[in-house]
Design a protein around this ligand. Structure first.
Ligand code: BEZ
Length: 394
């Protein structure tokens, strides 16, 4: 990939119809001159930074197509889903029906994603999920028109239990926000940890998106487990890691997690993140040429370092490019677009990955440790991990 500067990116982005947010009355979809792309992402709340990184990464990928690709103008439509599942159906209807987009890129929160999948079933709109891990989205509720470029919640903590037992931590506690992603992450961890001979002595929950951790930190201190594993992301991950250190637990009870715990937040977490070990399908420190070039471009265009969310957005862009190439920019040829995405191999900054039959990435998971403010790769936790896609018959 060519490294682009902020100036080049912004001028090329202008050819995508200047990021217009206005629906065009009576406008048809991409069989005409316009490709209509919707972002349904969180732009406020604890996951706001994740939404922005996804949109940035996605646009960076599309930028590589140059000016007026396939002779089309690209129009963008945006809905802030606020990571609020109660508003998910309404928001999905706004973008899929009112804005009548060709494809939706969304979203971050598992509960909101399931609302999107429900509407995508009714409308047949193409959806690319660039983060939310809800297992059912590429499992029991899978659809031909829904793809994911991130992970299923089953994946990131599947290898974690084995790693912790290998590190000698036989009794642990799991802490998470109590909602779909946290519960599925915990279930996968429990399965892997118990299979490896570990004992999960306590499961502790905080309502999403609460960040009042004092009571559970007091409980952890009195339980004295060998280690703690957890699921938090975004603003909540910053607060949890800082509170864990402030409670005197850092360095005393080793802290593990799915890698979202230390993604895009290391600067804010500062010294309190040092030593945390996580499993994830990405690390800033990967030395493959795609990652080096991607990180350079992303930082020069957006003025801040890329993280896993930016990579997942970027890969959503690379996936859509395969559909655009197969249809010469005419996404109304849905069957052709779907076939292209089903057969996709993505040369990602995370390493090369393939789409599974149920439309979820088959990918490597890395073991990372925070050292000197960086997620260092200290090993591969699992090669080519494929979600079982339970209940999906695509
Ligand atoms: C989720 O809700 O699926 C999720 C949110 C943030 C990071 C990872 C997963």
């Amino acid at each position: 990939m060519k490294v682009v500067s902020r100036r080049n990116f912004l001028s090329a982005a202008g050819t995508f119809a200047g990021l217009s947010l206005l629906p065009l009355a009576g406008c048809s979809k991409s069989s005409g001159e316009v490709v209509r792309i919707g972002f349904m992402l969180p732009y406020t709340g604890t996951y706001a930074k994740l939404g922005v990184a996804i949109e940035n990464g996605f646009k960076l990928a599309l930028n590589s197509l140059g000016e007026k690709p396939f002779g089309k103008t690209f129009e963008f439509f945006t809905v802030d889903d606020e990571s609020n599942p109660a508003k998910a159906t309404d928001n999905a209807n706004k973008i899929m029906t009112r804005d009548n987009v060709d494809v939706v890129i969304g979203t971050v929160h598992s509960g909101v994603a399931m609302g999107m999948v429900k509407v995508a079933k009714e409308t047949g709109t193409l959806v690319i999920i660039p983060n939310a891990g809800a297992n059912a989205a590429t499992g029991s509720a899978c659809l031909p028109n829904v793809f994911r470029t991130s992970f299923s919640n089953w994946q990131p903590t599947h290898p974690l239990g084995r790693v912790m037992v290998q590190n000698g931590h036989k009794k642990s506690v799991f802490v998470t926000w109590k909602y779909g992603a946290g519960e599925e992450t915990l279930a996968s961890f429990r399965e892997g940890y118990e299979n490896a001979g570990g004992e999960l002595v306590k499961e502790l929950f905080v309502p999403f998106p609460n960040v009042e951790f004092q009571a559970i930190l007091t409980e952890i201190a009195s339980l004295k487990p060998d280690a703690v594993a957890c699921f938090f992301a975004g603003g909540g991950a910053v607060k949890f890691v800082k509170d864990y250190a402030a409670a005197g637990l850092q360095g005393k009870i080793p802290l593990y997690g799915s890698g979202f715990l230390t993604e895009g937040v290391l600067e804010a977490q500062g010294a309190s993140a040092e030593g945390i070990m996580t499993t994830l399908h990405y690390s800033d420190a990967l030395q493959n040429p795609q990652n080096i070039s991607f990180r350079e471009s992303y930082e020069s265009v957006f003025g801040e370092p890329a993280d896993v969310y930016a990579v997942q957005g970027f890969d959503a862009g690379l996936l859509l490019i395969q559909a655009l190439q197969a249809t010469d920019g005419d996404l109304s040829q849905k069957d052709v677009a779907i076939k292209a995405m089903e057969g996709a191999t993505i040369d990602s900054p995370r390493g090369r990955w393939k789409m599974s039959k149920s439309h979820n990435p088959i990918q490597d998971f890395y073991l990372r440790k925070v050292e000197n403010g960086e997620n260092k790769v200290i090993g591969t936790a699992w090669d080519a991990l494929e979600d079982p896609g339970t209940g999906c018959s695509l």
